[in-house]
Design a binder for this molecule. Sequence first.
Ligand code: SF4
Ligand code: SF4
Length: 218
Amino acid sequence: MYKRLSRDYVCRLGQPIINRVDTSIFRKTYFAHCMQCDFCHDSCCQAGVDIDIENVRRLKRHGKKLQAYVQYPRKQWFDDTFLPEPEYPGGQYTRTRVVDGTCVFLNREGRGCLIHAYCLEQGIDYHKLKPLMCCIFPLTFGHGALVPSYEINYDDLACIGPGPNLYQAVRGDLAYYFGDEFVREMDEVERISLERYRKRMARKQKSSSQRQELHVIS
Ligand code: SF4
Ligand code: SF4
């Protein structure tokens, strides 16, 4: 179910603009503590990721220093073709390359994203260089709506299961991109949505117990 927000929230990068939310992001859960995960093998990075043209430019400006972290040469970092997409910052995007079976920026000798590691070690806020789609994963967006990623909807993420809900896991990143007012409104949408869900479940449970009782009596 989609819930319309009270206004448009513009990402600090200019796009996307969010004004709706799929409320299933408050009920679906996953492990979320990526660097403590000992079973996923960073499988969510296997396909590479969409990256907007402005992010590519920012990464290229750090190319020389970042190269010391990435095993593959700079010319292999991104697909050559840029496609138009008005909801991405800069209006165009490409993808990070998949090399030897996973994203070119994945650490082959350990765990995690090398862009993230580079930012931490250089004292750079990782939001400035790590792709937006990675920072808010496993959420994504489309047509103004914040929604679960494809991997969640198609049960294709190794870490689906106990943990925080999709929204709570990336709440801090959403605050960075869309502001404190956005997450305050989202918190309220979450509270109402979960309350309604609990009531619906309680009603379902009650009517199922009543049906069972009738079945025993008859
Ligand atoms: S999101 Fe899941 S699959 Fe991806 S790195 Fe984190 S724990 Fe692993
Ligand atoms: S950029 Fe980093 S987080 Fe994103 S898919 Fe590649 S390795 Fe994973």
